[in-house]
Design a protein around this ligand. Sequence first.
Ligand SMILES: C[S@@+](CC[C@H](N)C(=O)[O-])C[C@H]1O[C@@H](n2cnc3c(N)ncnc32)[C@H](O)[C@@H]1O
Length: 248
Amino acid sequence: MIDNYRKLCARFYDIHHPIPPADEFAFYRDILREVDGRVLEPMCGSGRFLIPLLKHGCDIYGFDGSVDMIEACRNRLNEDERIQLATFESFHSPNAFQACIIPAGSFSLLADARAAKQALACIHRIMVPDGVCHIEVCGTPCNSTGATDINSRTVKTAAGTALTLIEMASYDQEQRVETIHCHYIECTERLIVASDLEIYQLRCYERSEFAALAEASGFTVVNCVHNAFNGDNSIFTLMPNRTVNPAP
Ligand SMILES: C[S@@+](CC[C@H](N)C(=O)[O-])C[C@H]1O[C@@H](n2cnc3c(N)ncnc32)[C@H](O)[C@@H]1O
């Protein structure tokens, strides 16, 4: 499994991002409305998109590599069969999927080129031949100067504690990778009751670079919406190209 998105991160995420942004949710709801078959959301987290899409009648399934995010999703979903604790390496399903979505730029968390290729190979393998997938990837971050950015946010937990995230982000222009150090601190009025440090990295793609990666992984790029919701991000629509068999 993955070694970030642990307990404090998962708790902070659910309080800070309890529901998806309305425009992003409407985008995925509308493109999935016509899908007749199973939909997969890899990296589904605690179900911010998956659960409301399910409520809109979408036959959606998900997996995520974080024990704590999947646990939060299970608690909200009240059922087990739709979601799996898995990474792209370990995910298995007896059924093929008609559509696949990875919203919110999560694909960029696969910052290592090998991991990104492996993820696309997994998606290719589990889709029906005429399936469609929609993957949002990050473009250049707001602060792309290479200088370090520090900010903090505090949320109130249901237990009445304050949960603070201090984030330190820097961008490597050459590698096109943003590294974000996250320090989570949970406090009562007098005490620090828990703290955790996490690091994650985001690969920022040129549009041509992601298109080349998708094509090398056996997909045809059928559309690309740039700058849809999140800054410089792009949403790619891909279809498996059955003449190519991507390496596992
Ligand atoms: C930014 S969150 C987004 C979750 C959800 N899509 C949403 O919008 O709320 C990214 C998710 O990707 C998951 N993740 C990161 N790397 C992963 C991997 N290699 N395999 C599976 N899940 C992964 C994390 O556990 C986390 O839940």
